[in-house]
Write a protein that binds this ligand. Structure first.
Ligand SMILES: [Zn+2]
Length: 178
């Protein structure tokens, strides 16, 4: 498996930041589901009786997209999943570009558990940068620093509506903590 290089991480982070500025600027992450509708997409629930159904994004018959989510997941995971699927949509399916038109209806990306591929890593990097823009993240970290040694990652995570683990990874990527 190809490792995600620092350069690639940076490029994807910048791309995610640009998408956020273009379509979501200045709005809180709690409005992410609203944004999906504004982009022309839909969010649907996975059937609870089908264990073979995974969270995914697919091209819809009308040329838009559908994100399927597991409703049993906690809100932090749900938010990250939506951003992850938007990562596939913009990075790998080029929603809004000419390449999107060439994608067949029903095609997409699914999140099978314990499957690690470069595209899945890309989508996670996108989600992380999209939900926690660098400038906002640095400000939140500064606000929740004890002044001497410790950052309160729990409070930083709450600020963005993400899991503590997701905030910890973002802080590490940005070199704020180790
Ligand atoms: Zn994925």
């Amino acid at each position: 498996m190809r490792p995600v290089t620092r350069d690639r991480r940076k490029l994807i982070g910048e791309f995610a930041g640009n998408i956020r500025s273009t379509v979501f600027n200045g709005r809180p992450n709690t409005e992410l589901e609203t944004l999906v509708g504004e982009l022309g997409g839909q969010i649907r629930s996975l059937p609870t009786d089908n264990t073979m159904a995974f969270e995914r994004v697919v091209k819809a018959e009308d040329g838009s997209f559908i994100i399927y989510l597991d409703d049993t997941c906690p809100p932090t995971r749900r938010l990250f999943s939506i951003a992850h699927e938007l990562g596939h949509l913009f990075l790998h399916m080029r929603y809004g570009d000419a390449q999107w038109e060439a994608i067949p209806v029903g095609a997409g990306y699914e999140r099978a558990p314990n499957v690690f591929t470069p595209v899945e890593t890309d989508a996670n990097v996108f989600a992380s940068a999209f939900l926690m823009p660098e400038e906002d993240f640095r400000a939140a970290a500064e606000k929740h620093f004890d002044g001497t040694r410790f950052y309160n990652a729990v409070e930083v995570a709450k600020h963005f509506g993400v899991s503590v683990q997701a905030a910890a990874i973002r802080g590490k990527d940005l070199g704020i903590w180790r």
